[in-house]
Write a protein of this length. Sequence first.
Length: 150
Amino acid sequence: MNKAFIREPDATDVYCPKCGAAGTSAPWVAVESHVPPEARRKLAATAFFCSTPTCPVAYFDALEAVVLADQLVRPVFPKDPAAPLCPCFGLSREDVEADAAERVPRRIRELLAKSKTSAARCETTSPTGRNCLPEVQRYYFRVKSGVSGE
């Protein structure tokens, strides 16, 4: 078939203007919860979260406007390693490390149960507006395999 008749896939990723990592689309309610109004004004209606721990950018848009991590209302993981992995329920890196050391993910299982309740407020407390369980699980397996948390 002639390539002139094949549609190229649309590029959907938007990349952080500072580190080049693909951003995670964040619902506006998450942006409103973490970014002060004066910093929020420079972002377009669709914003993305840069999850690279060492990158100073927290949120950005497709036009390369940025909000830095130190401008946020409160610290967020992974920008601040001391911030809770799960901001809804306060699960910390130390909690996950204790589960790995005990070889029983008790705290993570408790988090899983809590995440299914109305007390989970992922859309506003998570910087991505999404459930933190995938990030918690990734960290747990990194710790179990002996990879440093930072």
